[in-house]
Design a protein around this ligand. Structure first.
Ligand SMILES: *[C@@H]1O[C@H](CO)[C@@H](O)[C@H](O)[C@H]1NC(C)=O
Ligand SMILES: *[C@@H]1O[C@H](CO)[C@@H](O)[C@H](O)[C@H]1NC(C)=O
Ligand SMILES: *[C@@H]1O[C@H](CO)[C@@H](O)[C@H](O)[C@H]1NC(C)=O
Ligand SMILES: *[C@@H]1O[C@H](CO)[C@@H](O)[C@H](O)[C@H]1NC(C)=O
Ligand SMILES: *[C@@H]1O[C@H](CO)[C@@H](O)[C@H](O)[C@H]1NC(C)=O
Length: 344
């Protein structure tokens, strides 16, 4: 007993010290964050910040330690708890270990105007399906996960979750939702970047004020072009924004954590795409199992499907044909991640 006391004390000391170190890192980096430079292009603004911080820190310490996350500390800290978590689901695709598809999808979060700078981001990676489970594919996925982890090593608001077994979309989302501590969630797939501005703050207000608007989805077609098998139509206008009832889809959507807890209960543990179950249920009650599309009729589209299942990703095509940056005049620049390709 007595012999274990110093050990226990030491352990506690280490714990407390680690906690303090973590806290400091946490507090200073948790706000506006910046992409680790190694994988990005057009980094001028970030490098300038980086250099400033570096020269400051050499004054206070002459050690040879290089603080590679210094660039992420020079940002205002927000005391307000974030309202929303962004969940991005991912799985093995042919272009891995390239991170280009994920990078461009994450970049497009800049389209969510008003998203809090300290928004938690969960990248939830499914396990490999049996038919694709080869040593080569495991290695590709592992290399991709390593690259993504390195990319975000200075970003404590980004969590990367992985699974050792195939979960499909439903249980990958279950894994992610369990980590959510905010009221709202944006759910998106790794190959569905936003291509048009979305008023995020309006969505938060709308879901708080209008009980029937439980889940909002963003269309990859022009609004109204979405086939709707639901036997009813319904519209809402909130703060000048139109919403109309459509059938359920996995395409990027915004809702509450509470809704997702209900949905995951509703669709059960069977691995599947939630939309299959929800669309089938919608014939029973079109409002309960429906979604509301964001934006007026014929407005859109809000998403581009890169389609990760393809053998290659033509980034040039994506950049030439889809809007990636909000208007420079947008009142509230969103800045969850460094939109190094967007002038701010
Ligand atoms: C800092 O380190 C350099 C190289 O080791 C040394 O030459 C210099 O005197 C040190 N400066 C101070 C203020 O300790
Ligand atoms: C909802 O709006 C659409 C498009 O303006 C219209 O076609 C439809 O009839 C409306 N439905 C209801 C219930 O008002
Ligand atoms: C559909 O669900 C809503 C919300 O739970 C409920 O108010 C409504 O009565 C239901 N409609 C039918 C036809 O069951
Ligand atoms: C990619 O897209 C660009 C722009 O549309 C096009 O010029 C180029 O040929 C495409 N590259 C490939 C390999 O398809
Ligand atoms: C944003 O740009 C589009 C054209 O790309 C324009 O139609 C729209 O008015 C602009 N919005 C603002 C708020 O400047």
């Amino acid at each position: 007993m007595q012999g274990s006391q110093p050990v226990a004390l030491m352990a506690m000391l280490i714990l407390v010290m680690t906690q303090l170190l973590l806290d400091e890192r946490f507090l200073s980096v948790f706000a506006n964050t910046h992409r680790a430079p190694q994988e990005s292009r057009g980094l001028q603004a970030i490098e300038e910040t980086h250099n400033n911080v570096e020269s400051d820190s050499t004054d206070s310490s002459n050690s040879s330690f290089h603080d590679e996350c210094a660039f992420a500390r020079n940002v205002p800290f927000s005391n307000k708890p974030p309202t929303t978590t962004v969940i991005v689901t991912s799985n093995l695709i042919p272009t891995m270990p390239s991170t280009a598809v994920l990078e461009d999808t994450l970049d497009s979060l800049s389209m969510l105007i008003g998203l809090e700078p300290n928004t938690p981001i969960i990248i939830a990676v499914d396990g490999i399906q049996p038919r694709l489970d080869t040593p080569e594919n495991r290695q590709r996925l592992q290399d991709w996960v390593s690259r993504v982890r390195s990319m975000f090593k200075c970003h404590p608001n980004v969590q990367i979750l992985t699974s050792f077994v195939p979960l499909h979309i439903s249980n990958t989302l279950r894994m992610a939702i369990q980590q959510v501590t905010t009221e709202f969630v944006h759910i998106m797939e790794h190959d569905f970047p936003f291509t048009k501005e979305i008023d995020h703050q309006l969505l938060v207000n709308a879901l708080r004020d209008v009980p029937e608007l439980r889940i909002i989805r963003f269309s990859k077609r022009l609004n109204g072009g979405v086939r709707n098998r639901a036997p009813c139509t319904r519209n809402h206008t909130y703060a000048g924004m139109d919403f109309h009832l459509i059938r359920w889809s996995n395409n990027n959507h915004f809702t509450t954590k509470k809704y997702y807890d209900w949905l995951l209960e509703e669709i059960g543990p069977v691995p599947r795409a939630p939309e299959n179950r929800m669309m089938a249920q919608q014939t029973k009650n079109c409002t309960l199992y429906g979604q509301y599309a964001y934006g007026p009729m014929n407005d859109g589209f809000y998403l581009h499907h890169i389609d990760g299942k393809r053998e290659s990703y033509n980034r040039t095509y994506m950049f030439n044909n889809h809007k990636r940056c909000p208007n420079a005049t947008a009142a509230v620049p969103s800045s969850v991640l460094p939109w190094v390709r967007c002038p701010m």
